[in-house]
Design a protein around this ligand. Sequence first.
Ligand code: SF4
Ligand code: SF4
Ligand code: FES
Length: 301
Amino acid sequence: MIGVSTKNAASGDAISNKNQSAKDRKSTERVVHVRVLRQDGPGQASYWERHEIPYELNMNVISILQRIAQKSCTQDGRPVPPVAWDCNCLEEVCGSCTMVVNGRTRMACTSLVDALLVEDAQEIELRPMSKFPVVRDLVVDRRRVFHALKRVQAWIPIDGSFDQGPGPRISPDEQQDAYPLSTCMSCGCCLEACPQYTKIEIVKRPEETVEELGIRREAAFHREFMGAHAISQAMLFNNHPTGRMNAEERLSSLTSQGGIQMCGNAQNCVAVCPKSIPLTRSIARAGRAATVWAIKKLFDR
Ligand code: SF4
Ligand code: SF4
Ligand code: FES
C-alpha cells in the first residue's frame, strides 16, 4: 500500500513536473506573428487579420501560408477560411507568388522568415500587390502583365513545328547581353514599384456580356502604360537575329499610346526586379531605337 501510494505520489509528482515543463515549453516556444491583408472577393472591402504560428527553422513565406491554412483560425482562435495565395515553381522562376512582404514587393517563395524577422522582429506583414485587382486575399489578376507582352509580340514566331534547320549563330557577347533579359518571369514587381503604372480595375456592368467586358478591359489596358517588363522584352526579341524580323511591329507598339513615352525614368523598376534585369538599360535602348525608327519613318514618307 505504502509502495503504491509512494508510487502514486511519485507518479503525481512526475505528472505535475511534466505539466509544468509543458507549460514552460509553451511559454518559451517561439512563435511568428503574421498580419495578412485579406479580401473575400473582387471589389470587396479589405481587412487585416492576425495569425500566430510556431517558429521553424528555414521557413519561407509560402510555408507560413501553409501553416496558416492548416490551422485555419486567427491568433485569438476564431475559425476562418484559409488565406488564398498563388505559387507554383517555389524557386523564383514562375513569377506567380509576388506579394508585398513587410512593405516590399517580392517573391513569397524566396522570402525567408529568418531574414524577415531581422527586418522586423515583431511580425511579418503580407499584402497583395496594389497595382492589380484582387481576386481573393493575396491572389491578384495579372492579366495586364501578359496583355503588354502580347502588345509588343514578346516572342519569335515559328511557322510550324517541322525541322527548320539550325538557327542563326549568336556570338557569346550577344548571348551574355540577352541572357539577363530572358530571365524575366512576368512577376510584376517592376510594375508595382513604377509610379507611371496605375491600377486598372474594370467592373462588369449589369447589362454587359463577358465578351463586352473583355473588350472594355483590353481597351483600358491599351490606353495605359505597358510597363518596364514589356519594354525590356521588346528589346530582347528585337536584338535576336530571327526576332528582328518583327522589330518594326514592336517599335510601333512601343511608340503607341501607353508606350515608352510614358516612362518617367524614375528607375524604381530596376531597384526591385528580383532577377536584377538591367531595365534602365533596356528602356534607354528602346528609347533610342524608337526615336531612330520614328525619324526614319518620317523620311520614308
Ligand atoms: S522585369 Fe523583373 S520585376 Fe519586372 S516582371 Fe520581369 S522579372 Fe519581374
Ligand atoms: S524607369 Fe520607367 S518603367 Fe521604370 S519605374 Fe520609372 S517610370 Fe516606371
Ligand atoms: S512560386 Fe514561382 S516564383 Fe515563387
